[in-house]
Write a new protein. Structure first.
Length: 456
């Protein structure tokens, strides 16, 4: 029988597998399939991939456990959980930064998810329309964005177990299968070999400070870390859950899918004679060409973008859920009121991003340059999807490593998973020292503190 503490009234995962699939659903999304290939392409390919993998293993994995533990310890949202661990201190602000980051990431992530959903039909309705014209048309992109936010609202209204968990369980495996099909076709296209080389043969002369920040930011983004999504999902875990296995599986799935996405895109990019550094448009321009080279390509394309929409949906759901869990726990709003209010706010904040791809010239295109980015959406992605996640992770690892402390964190970790003292000591070195120090250096570097010495 479960006690009151083990089964809080606020919702809980139906099973460990359900949690793993839902958390992997949050992690796996456009970050893996849309963002990872283009960021890798812009940052030199194979060398970036190696740094990315190092970031996952050395920083993100230990940090992931820290987020899950904070969430499970109090069964609360990011702000509430931090308040419960360190009452009457200002550390809750770190949780609040995460909630805010969730709002802003969702605002532009929903726009791109809308494009993906549009691509489900585009192959049939407007096959030859170039991607750049497709996303420049406000009459197309704004309704698609609105529709995607509505999908997200419906899932999140369904609550933790019925909505999020069920969707993830059924659809994630199908996406994986379809990716394999596309990879095989891409690899067998003439000229694909050069893409493999770009993706797998590192050239470290291209690595500088911004490349490392891009890799670290991408690693956080891809694993949904640094803004409390894993605190929130961890808060729906019972104390009996084995965090080590659950967290490890999520990281493994997520990294595997990102690596596969690279394998899917780069051979095709080179076969099609495109530029791997083509930026956010990369996946949208390249994949349709692979589909065209397949029998029944339009149907494969439809299926692929449909499943990618679902992968994006399980991520937008987690972004919305972070903010909703905060307003429900801390502000005592009803779930319904929270979901609708937050979704509408994210939609309004997302409009400039939606209109930045050609619809409103002041928001993007020639002459637009903020922080070295060429449109408003990219600026948002850089600020919230990169800097803010790294900053959030820096602060939270300091919080866990130095404020919560080893006794509290280790006691929580031991519940449900038989972890030896030695493993805990090893993990602790990462959480307390390596994570904060490395993230701090990478962030300082981006603000030019080291001049040209490290940044090159
Ligand atoms: N991890 C998601 C993806 O890869 C994006 C995301 C970031 C979701 C942060 C939640 C929190 O698409």
């Amino acid at each position: 029988m479960q006690t009151q503490e083990e089964r809080p009234a606020r919702g809980q995962w139906g099973s460990s597998l359900g949690f793993v699939l839902a958390a992997a659903g949050s992690a796996i999304g456009l970050g893996n399939i849309w963002r990872f290939p283009y960021v890798a392409g812009e940052n030199g390919g194979a060398a970036f991939v190696i740094i990315y993998l190092a970031c996952i293993a050395l920083i993100c994995l230990p940090y992931l456990f820290a987020e899950l533990l904070v969430g499970r310890s109090a069964h609360k949202n990011p702000v509430g959980a931090i308040k419960a661990i360190a009452p009457n201190t200002p550390w809750w602000i770190v949780g609040a930064l995460g909630v805010l980051t969730g709002v802003f990431i969702l605002s532009y992530y929903g726009v791109i998810a809308g494009w993906v959903f549009g691509y489900v039909f585009k192959g049939f309705v407007a096959h030859d329309l170039p991607f750049t014209e497709f996303i420049a048309d406000p009459v197309v992109v704004v309704p698609l964005f609105a529709l995607f936010m509505l999908f997200t609202v419906f899932v999140v209204l369904g609550g933790v177990e019925k909505g999020i968990e069920r969707a993830a369980k059924i659809l994630m495996p199908i996406l994986l299968l379809l990716m394999f099909v596309v990879i095989v076709r891409g690899l067998t296209l003439p000229g694909a070999g050069a893409g493999l080389e770009f993706y797998l043969k590192p050239d470290f002369s291209k690595v500088d400070g911004p490349v490392v920040l891009a890799a670290l930011g991408q690693a956080f983004f891809s694993l949904s870390l640094g803004m409390g999504a894993m605190i929130t999902y961890g808060s729906y875990l019972p104390k009996t859950s084995n965090l080590r296995i659950a967290g490890g599986s999520v990281a493994l799935f997520d990294t595997g899918i990102a690596l596969l996405a690279g394998l899917m895109i780069f051979p095709a990019v080179f076969a099609a004679g495109e530029d791997p550094a083509g930026g956010p448009a990369l996946v949208f321009m390249t994949l349709p060409k692979v589909f065209d080279a397949m029998p029944a390509g339009q149907v494969v394309g439809l299926l692929f973008f449909l499943l990618l929409s679902v992968a994006a949906l399980t991520s937008t759901v987690s972004l919305l859920e972070v903010v909703v869990s905060y307003t429900v726990d801390e502000k005592k709003w009803s779930r319904r009121k929270s979901v609708w209010t937050v979704a509408v706010a994210c939609f309004l904040i997302g409009l400039p991003s939606a209109l930045s791809q050609g619809a409103v010239p002041a928001l993007g295109g020639e002459g637009f340059s903020i922080l070295g980015k060429s449109d408003f959406l990219s600026v948002m992605d850089f600020l919230w999807g990169n800097i803010s996640l790294a900053l959030g992770a820096l602060l939270l690892s300091i919080f866990v490593g130095w404020i919560w402390g080893r006794r509290g964190a280790a006691a929580e970790l031991k519940l449900g998973s038989g972890v030896s003292e030695r493993s805990i000591s090893f993990w602790w070195i990462f959480v307390r020292y390596i994570c904060p120090v490395v993230i701090f250096i990478v962030l300082l570097n981006i603000f030019g503190v080291f001049g040209d010495f490290v940044g090159g």
